[in-house]
Write a protein that binds this ligand. Structure first.
Ligand code: NAI
Ligand SMILES: Nc1nc(O)c(N)c(N[C@@H]2O[C@H](COP(=O)(O)O)[C@@H](O)[C@H]2O)n1
Length: 220
């Protein structure tokens, strides 16, 4: 499986403000690039923190891209994946609508009634890990479901864990022209952070885009 992380951050590395509401960091050209990346992926993943903060749809905007997927025999939208150890996804979350299939990655500690509620909403629930989703095992299960390219949109907790588990193959970051600041604002990689053995990335490209820059990195 190829794991491609994509995010938009401010000049000072924040994904959002301390209020954790969705902030428009990308411009139209970057949003269009993200739409293409979704269309090129079998599934799009976020952490439940992003579901709770943004209630994203994670679907494709462009009708042409949806048609191109149908033409090649794929569903019009990629599947959606939420890392949600204890099932905090609200039953009325947009990621549970019928625009795409949804996988909920939970841990063994997930309450059974909440799991059943998600299954009733149409989601496929995959349990790994005791208290927290074991991302290596969970992504292996997704691969078994046919996910060859997984796009990850955030947030910072999930992105850190994926780097920690050495699961990231590529990272694209749009750096937008805002300073957000705030010690409690989410950054590209939160979690506990590294103190040694910092992942070293290879810069693949730098491009001016909208009023910012797109940086693409490979993770060897
Ligand atoms: N600018 C951008 O491109 C994006 C910004 N965001 C922003 O990021 C913020 C949300 O990010 P976070 O709070 O960091 O939440 P997150 O979206 O990274 O979700 C973290 C949650 O995922 C669950 N999880 C399950 N297994 C996990 C594991 N093994 N490792 C880590 N998490 C695991 C846990 O419940 C954890 O609390 C929001 O403010 C949102 O607006 C989110 C996506 C993209
Ligand atoms: N690429 C990008 N640029 C920004 O400026 C953003 N604020 C975000 N946010 C993330 O995009 C997702 C929203 O998805 P839908 O449009 O609802 O499908 C969600 O993951 C946001 O956190 N991304």
């Amino acid at each position: 499986m190829r794991v491609v992380v994509n995010a938009a951050m401010s000049v000072d590395g924040k994904l959002s403000s301390r209020e954790r509401t969705q902030i428009e960091i990308s411009g139209p050209d970057d949003f269009d690039r993200v739409d293409q990346l979704r269309a090129d992926s079998d599934a799009v993943m976020v952490g439940v923190g992003t579901v709770l903060a943004d209630d994203p749809s994670l679907t494709i905007d462009s009708d042409e891209r949806k048609q191109a997927r149908r033409d090649r025999g794929d569903p019009e939208n990629p599947a959606r994946v939420v890392a949600d150890s204890r099932v905090r996804t609200p039953p009325d979350a947009t990621v549970l609508n019928d625009a795409a299939h949804t996988y909920l990655l939970v841990s063994q500690a997930a309450p059974t009634d909440f799991v059943e509620q998600m299954e009733e909403a149409g989601a496929t629930v995959l349990a790994t890990g005791e208290d927290r989703v074991n991302l290596t095992t969970a992504l292996g299960k997704l691969e078994g479901e046919g996910v060859e390219q997984l796009m990850v949109e955030g947030g910072g907790e999930l992105i850190f864990s994926l780097f920690q588990a050495d699961l990231v193959d590529e990272l694209s970051v749009f750096v937008g022209p805002k300073v957000i600041g705030g010690r409690d604002a989410p950054t590209l990689a939160d979690g506990d952070g590294f103190t040694e053995a910092f992942p070293e990335l290879e810069l693949q490209s730098v491009e001016r885009l909208d009023a910012g820059a797109l940086l693409e990195w490979n993770v060897p």
